[in-house]
Design a protein around this ligand. Structure first.
Ligand code: AMP
Length: 278
C-alpha cells in the first residue's frame, strides 16, 4: 500500500474493517487494514445515493484526482479508491491523532510553539499545492488531521480547485473566507494565505477573528477586516504582526508563503521536526 506501485482493482475483500473513526456529511470513516500487507489505512465510505442526490459526482471525482496526485508529508494521502453498487470507498492515510479541531477545543487555545509549528507545516503544504496549481479554499480546523506523532495533515480536498486562472465560484465556510471570496469576486492563491491568518488567530485565541452571531455579521466583519486582539497576555507581538500581515484586504499585499516561513515568530517558535518542507 505504501509503495508507489499502481495497484490492481481494490475491493472491500482486500481489507479487514476495524472501528469507526468518524462520521462525515456523506458517510463514515473506518480504521482498516489491508489484509496482505497489514498496512493500516482509513477507509472512507460514501453512499452513491447521497452524492447523486446533491449532484456532487464531479466534485468528488475532482477531489479524488487532486488528492491522489499530491505527495507531501503534510497532505493526507489518498492511496486509491474503488466502488460497489451502492458505495464509493476512499483508501486514505490514517491520521491517528484525529482532528486538530478536537485538540483546539479541548485545550482552549494552543501554545505559540504549537501554533507556529502547525502554521509552518500548513505553509509548506500550501506552497507545494500552489506549485501544483491547487488552491485548497477550505482550510479550517475540521479539515486538518494529526498523525500519530502530532504532525499536521491537510485533508478533504472537496472544495479545492486546480487552476491557473482566477476563480469565481463561491464556496467554503464563512469564518475562514477571504473578503474576495465572501464577495464572490475573482480569487487566486492568496485566499489560502488569508486563511492562514485566520487559523493563526484561532490557534492562539481559541476563536476565529471574525466570529459573530449571524453569517451577515461575520460577512460585515470580514469585509471591514474588523480585527481586534483580546488583551490576553499569552500572545506575543510577533504573532500579532504575522496575523496583521496575512489578514490584509488587498490580496496582493498579503505576506507570501516564503516570507511566512522567514517571519521571526515562525523562526522563533516553530519546531523544525514538526514541519517537514517538501
Ligand atoms: P469526513 O467525512 O472526512 O468529515 O470524516 C469524518 C471524521 O472521520 C473526521 O471528522 C475524522 O475525525 C475522521 N477521519 C476522517 N478521515 C480520517 C483519517 N484519514 N484518519 C483518521 N480519522 C479520520
Amino acid at each position: 500500500m505504501a509503495s508507489e506501485s499502481p495497484k490492481k482493482n481494490w475491493s472491500i475483500n482486500d481489507f479487514e474493517i476495524g472501528k469507526p473513526l468518524g462520521k462525515g456529511k456523506f458517510g463514515r470513516v473506518y480504521l482498516a487494514r489491508e489484509s496482505k500487507s497489514k498496512y493500516i489505512v482509513a477507509l472512507k465510505v460514501i453512499f452513491k445515493e447521497q452524492i447523486e442526490k446533491y449532484r456532487l459526482q464531479h466534485q468528488l471525482k475532482r477531489e479524488m484526482a487532486i488528492q491522489t496526485s499530491l505527495r507531501h508529508p503534510h497532505v493526507l494521502r489518498l492511496y486509491g479508491w474503488f466502488h460497489d453498487a451502492e458505495r464509493i470507498f476512499l483508501i486514505l492515510e490514517y491520521a491517528h491523532g484525529g482532528e486538530l479541531y478536537g485538540e483546539l477545543r479541548r485545550a482552549g487555545y494552543l501554545s505559540e510553539q504549537q501554533a507556529a509549528t502547525y502554521i509552518a507545516s500548513l505553509t509548506h503544504a500550501l506552497a507545494y499545492c500552489h506549485e501544483k496549481h491547487v488552491i485548497h479554499r477550505d482550510i479550517k480546523p475540521e479539515n486538518l488531521l494529526l498523525d500519530h506523532e502530532g504532525r499536521l495533515k491537510i485533508a478533504d480536498f472537496g472544495w479545492s480547485v486546480q487552476s491557473t486562472n482566477k476563480r469565481h465560484t463561491m464556496c467554503g465556510t464563512l469564518d475562514y473566507l477571504a473578503p474576495e471570496m465572501v464577495e464572490n469576486k475573482a480569487h487566486d492563491y492568496a485566499v489560502d494565505n488569508w486563511t492562514l491568518g485566520v487559523l493563526c488567530y484561532e490557534f492562539l485565541y481559541g476563536v476565529p477573528p471574525f466570529e459573530a452571531d449571524s453569517q451577515a455579521d461575520t460577512f460585515r466583519r470580514i469585509m471591514k477586516v474588523d480585527l481586534t486582539f483580546p488583551s490576553t497576555p499569552h500572545v506575543s507581538t510577533e504573532a500579532k504582526d504575522l496575523i496583521l500581515q496575512l489578514l490584509v484586504k488587498d490580496s496582493a499585499k498579503r505576506l507570501p508563503l516564503d516570507k511566512i516561513l522567514k517571519h521571526p515568530w515562525i523562526i522563533m517558535n516553530a519546531d523544525p521536526n514538526g514541519s517537514f518542507p517538501e
